[in-house]
Design a protein around this ligand. Structure first.
Ligand SMILES: [Zn+2]
Length: 158
């Protein structure tokens, strides 16, 4: 089965970022006409995620999200696509959807300031975006995301 790919409109941008944390190829569109959004979703074979009923009606397989709540939205996506993985995968940049690759500090070059030096020296896995260069690693931020994903997986209400 082909890997799911998504197109999030501007009303569900946060959901789109979470799908990127899960490792899914997720485009995010802003400021486009409905017809153009629908055309892109169809042309690129992406599942459209939207809260706009009339837009959803223009794209076969689009997912109309009733709730503004992120966890409800993730549950709705999973209900429609039970194969959805609910764990962080360091494969997609949450900012630009670029592919992530393992990153290693270069010898003799100062470590970028945002990285936790001691943990990197102890072998922490770091990933960098091919497109924008943003770096990712396991930390308090991923712990918060994972906690939220576990709640979604358990079906608990917030
Ligand atoms: Zn990026």
């Amino acid at each position: 089965m082909a890997e799911l790919r998504w197109l999030a409109d501007e009303m569900v941008g946060r959901l789109g970022r979470y799908l990127r944390f899960l490792g899914y190829d997720t485009e995010y569109v802003r400021g486009l006409e409905d017809g153009e959004i629908a055309r892109r979703a169809r042309a690129e074979g992406r599942v459209l995620l939207t809260r706009d009923r009339s837009l959803a009606a223009q794209v076969p397989g689009a997912l109309l999200l009733a709730s503004p709540d992120l966890e409800d939205q993730l549950r709705a996506v999973r209900a429609a696509h039970p194969a959805l993985r609910l764990d962080i995968a360091f494969e997609r940049c949450s900012l630009c959807n670029g592919p992530l690759r393992p990153w290693h500090p270069a010898a003799g070059v100062p470590l970028p300031e945002e990285l936790p030096r001691e943990r990197v020296e102890a072998g922490l896995a770091v990933y960098a975006c091919d497109r924008c260069g943003h770096r990712y690693w396991e930390g308090s931020h991923t712990a918060r995301i994972r906690e939220r994903l576990e709640k979604v997986a358990a079906g608990a209400t917030p």
